[in-house]
Design a protein around this ligand. Structure first.
Ligand code: MN
Length: 233
């Protein structure tokens, strides 16, 4: 927002147009909402102190938390920024109370993203029963690769997912290890929200989450789908 009271009229910027490149197309994917699922890989649930058998749960990030730039700023108010590499689902249509079969037909494509987390603030929120907004929904907390249409990459039900920091492997797993596979995850989410074209769903992270520091180079990929590289400024 620009403009000041007393200056005459308020001057607002044009409506935000958060959009992600689509591989091989000139069109861009307009982001509607960002939904995230917690603890969808049992081994990650265990490293977060759970048994791994608790049902996954949902949270959200603002649409403009998406970052497609090669440099991601280290956020203020944390000393413990963590990476969580995730398969990202991009919806081309939506609906309510979808069946898993219907849910899969809503998928436009896939990307790889990182659910950046202020782990120290998340720990405080967990202890005190407070919301995760400041630990999960901060500016540039959702770096994401270009989106690859299903026609080009298929549905990655058993794809390797990995994240390297400065050339060293930190996270590795297979999307086959999800507690809630993509069709079931979308169907469950659609019981709570009317899903729409433009929605992104971060599908959870495999084990190996850890800290990022300024200057770190992050490289992540979902085999056969997408890759993403960025530097922490
Ligand atoms: Mn996550």
């Amino acid at each position: 927002m620009t403009g000041k009271p007393g200056d005459g009229a308020w001057v607002f910027p044009p409506p935000p147009r958060v959009a992600i490149p689509i591989d091989g197309q000139t069109a861009r994917f307009p982001v509607h909402r960002i939904y995230c699922i917690g603890q969808n890989y049992r081994e990650h649930a265990r490293e977060m102190g759970q048994s791994g058998r608790e049902p996954p749960f949902f949270f959200a990030k603002p649409a403009d938390a998406v970052c497609t730039e090669p440099v991601v700023p280290y956020p203020p108010m944390t000393g413990e920024l963590h990476h969580e590499v995730e398969l990202v689902v991009a919806l081309g249509s939506g609906g309510r109370a979808l069946t898993p079969a219907d849910a899969l037909s809503c998928v436009f494509g896939y990307a790889v993203g990182v659910d950046l987390t202020r782990r120290d603030l998340q720990a405080v929120a967990k202890q005190s029963g407070r919301p995760w907004t400041v630990s999960k929904g901060f500016d540039c907390s959702a770096p994401v690769s270009p989106i690859h249409a299903v026609e080009r990459c298929g549905h990655p039900a058993a794809a390797e997912i990995s994240l390297d920091v400065n050339g060293e492997r930190r996270q590795a797993g297979s999307t086959a290890a999800m507690t809630w596979p993509v069709p079931e995850l979308i169907a469950e989410l659609s019981r709570y929200f009317e899903l729409q074209a433009g929605d992104l769903i971060f599908t959870g992270t495999p084990p190996g989450v850890g800290p990022l520091r300024r200057g770190d180079r992050v490289a992540c990929r979902v085999e056969g789908v997408a890759s993403l590289e960025f530097e922490i400024a």
